[in-house]
Write a protein that binds this ligand. Structure first.
Ligand SMILES: C[S@@+](CC[C@H](N)C(=O)[O-])C[C@H]1O[C@@H](n2cnc3c(N)ncnc32)[C@H](O)[C@@H]1O
Length: 284
């Protein structure tokens, strides 16, 4: 039911330097793919998994049931987590999982008709429908421009407001297609891709959560512990790079981000935009 191919799996395990009896935190559990590799990498490893999404938590718990009490979990935003122990390593593989995109009724994808939802945590109030149907045109344009990096944000936001109410993913995608020039409509990516990305990031406050996580997670590290973060767009990658460079007590291990090998990209096109960076806690 939960099919998600873990990206940069070899690079995550190599970089974490998993050791026997070590304790690791997977802040974005998803399907539990990276977590399972961590548990297999050395004997008696312990792991805590976090995810905002109940479906992800259920799937990862089932997948990792054989590891018994070596695995524990916490459902919520990684930015709100309050650990009771230190970790030898922490990983975060940002963004959505394939399940979010594949399960139509979650409303993340414009490829199948669904209500405009896009919440990772379905108990939160803000949905994409709320933004699209109730926010001011200027605020919608800002979301599309900032988080979607869409240069046609203003004309898309104008068309959205003119066509309210908009109830489904496919209706929104059609309205966006109608708002952009013809050449843009037949480009490399669907004209709604960037707008959908912008809405998703806003609905889930993804950059706000990442900012908080970058600030607090170094405090969760044991001496010499490491944090690895995989990001999928430049806004996140830039935030990771700059924050770590300026955080006292951390040594940056990757001047340039680690990216996927051609062979991985061939098998999993999602890996094309993945960027992995590492830091280590200075041994003070
Ligand atoms: C790309 S998937 C992780 C896949 C996982 N590494 C694997 O190998 O199966 C990202 C997951 O992180 C979760 N997520 C994203 N932002 C989060 C946040 N701020 N707090 C907790 N979970 C988050 C999403 O719900 C999603 O399940």
């Amino acid at each position: 039911m939960f099919h998600h191919i873990s990206v940069l799996a070899t690079e995550i395990i190599e970089g974490l330097q998993v050791h026997p009896n070590g304790c690791y935190l997977d802040a974005t559990w998803g399907g539990g793919g990276h977590s399972e590799l961590i548990l297999q990498a050395a004997p008696d490893v312990k792991l805590v998994g976090i995810d905002r999404d109940q479906q992800a938590i259920d799937a990862a718990r089932e997948r990792l049931a054989a590891y018994g009490d070596r695995v524990s979990f916490w459902q919520g935003n990684y930015a709100d987590y309050q650990p009771t122990q230190k970790f030898d390593g922490i990983i975060a593989d940002l963004g959505v999982s394939s399940v979010h995109l594949d399960v139509a009724d979650r409303g993340f994808s414009f490829r199948s008709e669904a209500p405009l939802d896009m919440r990772m945590d379905t108990s939160q109030e803000l949905t994409a429908a709320e933004i699209v149907n109730y926010w001011k045109e200027k605020d919608i344009a800002d979301v599309i421009f900032r988080y979607g990096e869409e240069r046609l944000s203003r004309q898309i936001a104008k068309r959205i407001v003119e066509n309210r109410p908009i109830n489904t993913t496919t209706a929104l995608a059609e309205i966006i297609s109608g708002a952009v020039p013809k050449a843009y409509r037949y480009g490399r990516i669907h004209p709604a891709t960037r707008t959908f990305q912008g809405l998703r990031i806003a609905v889930n406050n993804e950059l706000g959560s990442l900012e908080k996580f970058l600030a607090i997670s170094p405090n969760w590290l044991a001496p010499n512990g490491r944090i690895g973060i995989i990001s999928f767009h430049s806004l996140e990658d830039r935030m990771v790079k700059h924050t770590w460079r300026e955080t006292a007590g951390l040594t940056v291990l990757t001047k340039k981000p680690i990216i996927a090998q051609e062979a991985e990209v061939k098998l999993n096109p999602r890996a094309r935009s993945a960027k992995l960076r590492w830091v280590a806690a200075k041994n003070l």
